[in-house]
Design a protein around this ligand. Structure first.
Ligand code: GP9
Ligand code: MN
Length: 628
């Protein structure tokens, strides 16, 4: 009788053991599928079998993980299973939350900087969806089965598997998984996709992508060879010395016309260009920016170029005319490189250089970076009287008022001012008085309100600039840092603009306002494709300064306009290569074109990213000096 019971319970235990592994492996697979479909990364594009392919590589990677855990004996096997399950589930959940804002899964540089970028709690919770709890749906059944095994075994929480059985199963799983992964690994990261962080996820699944990212972090950043070979040196110098880009050849009617003036760059938080000249219920959302655009040089097709460093990436691109790092924030990754920044150039001209942002000094590692790129002073929250709080901190109105007071008597100065109030998710503007009609109470409505508020602060800034007698002697550049409405919320933007909600309209609207306002500058609307990387050489030209180490181009020269985004997307007045959708669109009509038509030209444009990466990863400006 006892023997029979033992036999029965041992069978139950074996079945339960199998159920555990199936639950773990199937659970992981479905979690990956939830992530991959929830992010839209599995949409069939060039390769129509992409969904099938993603499923197979995901199964393969889950087999490898499962096989590796099975290598461990007895109790350790279960403990490890639970730890791995929980850790991977947390990782996948943060992947999807992060993706909803940044449109990339997490990378090591991003994880490393997470603890350092506080105050993002509201944004994170606004991106979390209840469905995301699915990542933990298997935990309770797993615990129940473990308890059942434990009870059936007379309180012993493990099943002894013979070493040879364990080894055989686990090596089989690892071998099948590895062979499949190798089979499917067809040279990812080459050609027109090589800068797209999502490409490895699409081709090889999310776990492979994380492993590749960890490998790249150690090989490029931690143990990377910082020496430059001759080929790398000439790649950089040939590009910078291109006679077409040489200041002497690109001198134009604007060259030096603003020389000697103060310079103020205002970087607007999360303001997209579609807001300008738009109306809701008959009211302009940005009346002050509209007026300024009409009175100034208004570059109406300017694309932002940020990556994982958001505001700080925009600051970096604008002040250095280099691209940000492909992953993470360049402010955290390369804060002590040698740069030929705008503040350093201005400083050499005898300007006082000031950065101001009424926020924590160490957010985005600004304190370290600003010191290195030549800002004499950096005004932070502690330097202001926090007399009016909006959202994250000091209101933009008060920020501008107090900053202008600080600038009195400092001229000639270069002041780089970063606004803060209009920060995602805009919920604090819910009760702000600006009628947003049918969008009232929605993210879109609050975004319109936040933008209206910021616009009001810009109006007040210009009034005070005039009152202080600085308006004639100051060149003011206004530029947005990045998107305000995430890609997932583009439906509301499309509705607001009355355009279809599709990837072409989305990319066409990833533009920020760029306005250059200065006494004596004739107003003009510039239609050419512009990018944030072009701002520094344009300002340098207007102020009559040399900026030979810039990757951007003077927007007032005859050079053709184009924008290269950090993921390898290329925009010209002819086409848009939208890398994340693997689609080439005609710029004007949005008609789909065969990307092979332009793939060589696209790669030529993308090469600027490779050059910028060399400058960052190898600290190349420490080693390269262009001949005078
Ligand atoms: C913090 C603020 C952050 O100082 O600039 O902006 P973000 O990068 O989150 O847009
Ligand atoms: Mn920002």
């Amino acid at each position: 009788m006892k023997a029979q019971l033992d036999k029965k319970s041992s069978l139950t235990i074996q079945i339960l053991e199998i159920v555990i592994w199936l639950l773990f492996a199937c659970g992981m697979f479905f979690k990956c599928m939830y992530l991959q479909s929830g992010t839209g990364l599995n949409t069939a594009v060039t390769d129509p079998s992409i969904n099938f392919r993603m499923a197979i590589v995901t199964i393969a990677s889950v087999l490898i993980i499962t096989g590796a855990i099975l290598l461990f004996s007895n109790k350790r096997r279960y403990i490890l299973l639970m730890i791995v399950d929980i850790l991977l589930s947390v990782l996948l959940m943060f992947d999807i939350i992060y993706f909803r804002y940044y449109k990339n899964v997490l990378t090591v540089p991003c994880i490393a900087q997470l603890g350092l970028v506080g105050s993002t709690g509201d944004s994170i919770s606004s991106l979390f969806k209840l469905n995301d709890l699915v990542f933990f749906a298997d935990i309770i059944p797993l615990v129940i089965i473990l308890v059942m095994i434990c009870l059936a075994r007379g309180n012993k929480l493990f099943v002894k598997l013979k070493l040879n059985v364990r080894l055989a199963i686990s090596l089989l799983l690892i071998a099948v998984g590895t062979v499949t992964m190798v089979w499917f690994n067809d040279g990812i990261g080459k050609g027109v996709f090589r800068f797209d962080n999502n490409y490895p996820v699409k081709r090889m699944g999310v776990f492979y992508s994380h492993c590749q990212d960890v490998g790249q972090f150690f090989t490029n950043i931690v143990f990377g060879d910082k020496s430059l070979n001759d080929d790398e040196i000439s790649q950089i110098t040939d590009f910078l010395r291109d006679p077409l880009r040489n200041t002497e050849n690109t001198a134009n009617g604007y060259t030096g016309t603003q020389a000697g003036k103060n310079l103020v760059i205002i970087q607007l938080e999360a303001i997209q260009n579609f807001l300008l000249f738009s109306e809701i219920n008959g009211h302009e959302v940005t009346p002050n920016l509209n007026r300024l655009a009409n009175e100034s040089l208004y570059f109406k097709n300017t694309f932002f170029q940020i990556a994982g460093g958001n505001t700080s990436d925009a600051e970096f691109v604008i002040n250095n005319s280099l691209y940000p790092a492909g992953k993470g924030s360049v402010y955290f990754l390369h804060p002590s490189n040698r740069y030929h920044s705008l503040p350093l150039i201005m400083k050499n001209e005898g300007y006082k250089t000031i950065a101001a942002h009424a926020n924590d000094a160490d957010f985005w590692n600004r304190r370290v970076m600003y010191g290195n790129i030549g800002f004499d002073n950096y005004y932070i929250d502690e330097d202001y009287d926090l007399d009016e709080i909006v959202g994250w901190g000091l209101s933009d109105v008060s920020f501008f008022r107090q900053t202008l007071d600080k600038l009195k008597g400092e001229d000639p100065f270069y002041a780089f001012l970063i606004t803060l109030s209009s920060h995602h998710p805009y919920a604090m503007f819910n009760n702000y008085e600006f009628d947003t009609g049918k969008y009232e109470g929605t993210m879109m409505g609050n975004y319109l309100k936040a933008s209206h508020y910021l616009d009001k602060s810009i109006g007040a800034f210009f009034e005070q600039l005039k009152e202080d007698g600085l308006d004639k002697d100051t060149l003011v550049v206004i530029v947005g840092d990045h998107f305000g409405m995430t890609k997932d919320d583009f439906g509301m933007v499309a509705d607001y603009l009355g355009v279809p909600d599709n990837p072409y309209e989305w990319i066409m609207n990833q533009e920020v306002p760029l306005i250059i306002h200065g006494d004596g500058i004739e107003p003009a609307v510039i239609e050419k494709i512009c990018a944030q990387v072009d701002i520094m050489p344009t300002i340098a030209n207007l102020m009559g300064l040399d900026s030979p180490y810039t990757l951007g181009k003077d927007l007032l020269s005859d050079l053709e306009g184009y924008a290269v985004l950090r993921d390898g997307t290329v925009i010209t007045d002819e086409y848009i290569w939208l890398v994340r959708n693997d689609t080439l669109y005609a710029y004007e009509s949005g008609e789909e074109l065969d990307y092979r038509l332009f793939s060589e030209e696209i790669q030529k444009f993308q090469n600027e990213l490779a050059i910028s990466d060399l400058v960052l990863y190898k600290n190349a400006f420490e080693k390269i000096k262009l001949a005078d």
